[in-house]
Design a protein around this ligand. Structure first.
Ligand code: ITT
Length: 199
């Protein structure tokens, strides 16, 4: 059997890797930076999803051969002027602390009647230190006033996608991976890779 082509995801978030691996099926071997201890920490100094996704993809592809895919994503809440947005991962004050992020979101949303929100995901494909293409996906929905469900990660227990009555954390990976911001961006990535020929 020929070896599968490799796709390295420029992330330290194991949940993102697991979702991408599940969605990509068996056309690629999906790894992330946890398999490459030589990868540097990439400072996310951008002010947009695209800037941060580009920093991560280019930074990791300088030290890892082949295609590197980054994912910069976040939650935008209308009643909060688009916050937490690009700063979703440290909204509660502590990078990557999902319980604190959710606590702050619940606090900020107290008494707000406009609950509209969306997840956004921007992905960048890079090779040899250079970004070659970017892809975006969005899913609309609303924020509820108490945590519900145990699947997924991040703000999933507070977000109900449009057309549903359950949160991403209640709907589970199968449903989330069929309609999420990440699924929609990744479908475009897969299409691009299919047409880009062997590398
Ligand atoms: P990497 O930068 O290492 O990829 P990260 O988790 O820090 O990991 P981001 O900088 O893109 O990633 O921040 C994304 C944050 O947005 C994430 O920590 C969650 O708080 C939120 N988020 C993104 N996608 C999400 C999803 O599918 N479900 C719930 N929350 C999500």
């Amino acid at each position: 059997m020929p070896e599968l082509p490799r796709l390295v995801v420029a992330t330290r978030n194991a949940h993102k890797t697991a979702e991408i691996r599940a969605m990509i099926g068996d056309s690629f071997e999906v790894l992330d930076v946890s398999s490459f201890p030589e990868c540097p920490h990439i400072e996310e100094t951008g002010t947009t999803f695209l800037e941060n996704a580009t920093l991560k993809a280019e930074g990791i592809s300088r030290v890892v051969a082949g295609w590197v895919l980054s994912d910069d994503s976040g939650l935008e809440v209308d009643a909060l002027g688009g916050a937490p947005g690009v700063w979703s991962s440290s909204y509660g004050g502590d990078e990557g602390n999902h319980p604190r992020n959710n606590e702050r979101l619940l606090r900020e949303m107290e008494g707000k009647s406009d609950r509209r929100a969306r997840f956004r995901c921007t992905m960048v494909l890079a090779r040899e230190g250079l970004a070659e293409a970017d892809f975006s996906g969005t899913v609309e929905g609303r924020i509820i006033d108490a945590l519900r469900g145990g699947a997924g990660f991040g703000y999933d227990p507070l977000f109900i996608p449009e057309g549903h009555e359950l949160t991403f954390a209640e709907l589970g990976d199968g449903v989330k991976n069929s309609l999420s911001h990440r699924a929609r961006a990744l479908a475009k990535v897969i299409d691009f890779l299919k047409h880009s020929g062997p590398k």
